[in-house]
Ligand binder design. Structure first.
Ligand code: DGJ
Length: 710
């Protein structure tokens, strides 16, 4: 393998950079028009010269050429072009046009991971920009970000700064895939023809959210799960973001994305550097399934917290749906005893244990143990949970405060607000201004108290409302609109410090369900709570969408009792099979379960522990989508290839309609595989080409097939 970044001098004043991964290439040049323009993104070509810009014999636009958007790698706003800029600034003399010249480029790294930095400089003003390209050869991904440095004496206002612009090759048409949704219905796959104009995937409510997710995929309309060219990417940021997917009048298609410019302004003082979030993207010619697997592998190998990256995630029990705010030593102990009996490894007490938190109307912000509920503090419960052989975890919502709390009474100025305007409530709470250093310190202090005084091994970090009235009246001058970034960075920094101090503690990101699932927070948390909706049929769709961008290793879901959402009931196996497709949790009232159900649960948890390396660290395949028929199927292959697990769900059978065989994927065609109850092994080729016959009938029935390579 050669060094993945090649710098080719095409002419004395022109350069071509070629970034090659295992199967893809990405090339851009500094050209005779003095622009840094993309020339290629797609499958790797045989010969480096093939990447060079190719001039057409004539320009089909003739005189109109000037109106065309260029394929700039990092378009600034300030001259005769009209596409979405990555950078818009205002210099201290009022000039709002930014131009960047190429200065230099540097490379570092090795054959599998390399970084290219392009240094740009405003020809007149003391402003430097560095475009950073990290090339992950084996993951087939490129991770882009930018840094902007004020090298002068006067402040510069940044009005818009996106992480990257990604240019796609010209095709006759494109289809755009995004994730949309709602509370209780996150990660719904949306697919539509890309019309001319701009499509916006955005969030302006302070956090990632469930109505959209910072992920995109584009194909020419012919790609499927196992075939076709797909370009895809995900932004690593948990605050306001925007992805602009534009198809212009001349069939140029590009995706620009980063921190949202809405209500944003950043004052870059002399000598300061602003770094954008990373934006990871890739290309595959093997369809959506492979696009997801590339992201999953990258997340598992590069993004999830390093200390626990290879650690199997424990089976969790969480008491929220059983006790809600009414927690006590007695009811938690009862739940813990039953959970331990069936094999749970980590017992989590959710909301309700602190302050005057008897409902969602009071107590948030008062992080002392409620003395009526736990007269002797948390220690007796934690001791009991540990005696039962489980670790103990606890819920917090550090970024929030109820107006009915001691914290708010003492510090009403700590929440986002505007003078002379009412403060809107969401779930009876306000958002603490985590941009403020004193608020960050407050959160660090109470979290330190909690973690250093108690044997806590897991934190569920929740966040349950949108931002409104995002004012910071006593902000340092000119910095009040920086809250959209400072808040998110504040949360990351708190998590970073806590993780450094308590490396043995696992964290879960929750935001009223799957409202904070993204690559920005992923380096600080082991897992995401996928949805408050634990209805298994609904979750089939939610988890399918989740899996488009995020690894099963990061997906937490519980087996619960029938929830009120759809009024449906399911067999225990169906509920377990769904929850097993990632990190398994339980959230049911076990005191009401029959002995038979408890025994079956114990068997299924034991099975899960046996296969969890495959479910958590294996390669994931969407064999059949619940969006297409009543039968859906998913497959996991152990990293070593020694085991594959297939889970099939049938929502309902109809007389006379037979389920067709399920074709497995990713197996070794020449290897032979066996499963329990089979007389003969099957070859990988037969399992993939002939497919597994499905023998399921009824409503909401499922089957787990565990294949071992002989
Ligand atoms: C919202 C979360 O999604 C739930 O799991 C639960 O933790 C509640 N918050 C507690 O208030």
């Amino acid at each position: 393998m050669s060094f993945p970044v090649q710098v080719i001098e095409t002419l004395p004043d022109q350069h071509l950079w070629v970034l090659e991964t295992r199967t893809t290439a990405y090339a851009f040049s500094w050209n005779q028009h003095h622009r840094l323009e993309n020339v290629y993104w797609g499958a790797k070509l045989a010969c480096p010269a093939d990447y060079a810009p190719k001039a057409l014999g004539f320009d089909p636009l003739g005189n109109w050429n000037f109106a065309r958007n260029t394929r700039e790698e990092f378009p600034t706003w300030g001259d005769y072009k009209f596409n979405e800029p990555c950078l818009k600034v205002r210099y201290s003399d009022g000039v709002r046009a930014c131009l960047l010249d190429y200065a230099d480029s540097t490379t570092a790294g090795n054959d599998t991971e390399a970084t290219l930095t392009i240094h740009l400089q405003d020809p007149h003003y003391p402003l430097r920009v560095r475009l950073i390209y990290k090339v992950f050869v084996d993951h087939d991904l490129i991770v882009r970000s930018a840094e902007i440095e004020n090298t002068g004496d006067d402040p510069v206002e940044i009005e818009q700064i996106l992480s990257a612009a990604w240019h796609l090759p010209q095709r006759d048409s494109y289809q755009l895939t995004t994730l949309s949704g709602k509370w209780g219905g996150e990660f719904q796959i949306q697919r539509a023809d890309l019309p001319q104009g701009k499509q916006l995937v955005e969030r302006r409510r302070g956090s990632t959210g469930y109505d959209s997710n910072p992920f995109f995929a584009l194909d020419d309309g012919t790609a499927g799960e196992t075939r076709g060219d797909v370009w895809f990417g995900a932004l690593a940021f948990s605050g306001n973001y925007k992805l602009v997917i534009e198809r212009d009048a001349f069939e140029q298609v590009y995706v620009t994305g980063g921190i949202h410019d809405f209500d944003f302004c950043w004052r870059l003082e002399a000598g300061e550097v602003f770094r954008t979030p990373e934006f990871v993207a890739g290309f595959t010619n093997q369809g959506y399934g492979e696009a997801s697997r590339l992201l999953h592998a990258y997340e598992t190998a590069q993004v999830v917290p390093r200390v626990s990256a290879r650690q199997a995630r424990p089976v969790v029990y969480n008491s929220w749906y059983v006790t809600e705010f009414d927690v006590s030593f007695e009811n938690q102990e009862r739940a813990a005893e039953l959970a331990a009996k069936i094999g749970v490894e980590l017992f989590v007490m959710d909301d309700g244990w602190f302050g005057q938190r008897n409902s969602d109307r009071a107590g948030l912000g008062d992080w002392y143990v409620n003395p009526e509920k736990f007269p002797n503090g948390l220690a007796p419960l934690i001791r009991r949970v540990n005696e039962l052989g489980m670790e103990f975890g606890i819920w917090v919502e550090p970024e929030m405060v109820n107006p009915d709390s001691d914290l708010y009474r003492a510090h009403p100025e700590w929440v986002y607000h505007f003078p002379n305007r009412p403060r809107s409530l969401g779930r009876n709470q306000y958002v603490l201004n985590v941009s403020r250093p004193d608020v960050q310190q407050f959160i660090l202090n109470f979290m330190n108290d909690l973690l250093s005084n108690n044997n806590i091994k897991f934190i569920k970090w929740d966040m349950n409302r949108h931002f409104s009235e995002p004012g910071w009246p006593d902000a340092p001058e000119g910095r009040d609109r920086e809250i959209w970034v400072r808040h998110t960075r504040g949360v990351y920094e708190i998590l970073r410090q806590l993780r450094e101090k308590y490396p043995q503690v696992l964290f879960e990101s929750c935001s009223g369900g799957g409202g904070r699932v993204d690559l920005g927070v992923m380096p600080y948390v082991e897992q995401f709570w996928m949805s408050d909706n634990t209805d298994p049929y609904d979750d089939l769709f939610i988890q399918e969408g989740f899996s488009l961008a995020y690894a099963p290793l990061t997906r937490m879901m519980w087996v619960t009792d029938t929830n009120g959402i759809n009024g449906r009931s399911y067999s225990l196996d169906f509920r377990f099979h769904l929850a097993m497709m990632g990190v398994l949790g339980m959230g049911a009232d076990l005191t009401r379960w029959s002995q038979a159900d408890l025994s079956r649960a114990a068997e299924l948890i034991a099975l899960y522990k046996d296969i969890r390396e495959t479910m958590q660290f294996g390669a994931f395949y969407r064999l059949r989508s619940p969006r297409e028929s009543a039968l859906s199927a998913f497959q996991f292959i152990h990293p070593s290839g020694r085991e594959a697990v297939v889970i099939i769900f049938l929502s309902q059978s109809r007389f006379g309609y037979f389920s067709t065989p399920v074709h497995l994927q990713g197996l070794d065609p020449n290897a032979r595989y066996v499963a329990e109850g089979w007389d003969e092994p099957w070859s990988g080729q037969a399992l993939m080409k002939r497919g597994l016959p499905v023998a399921l009938k009824g409503s909401f029935v499922s089957q787990l097939i565990r294949l071992s390579r002989v």
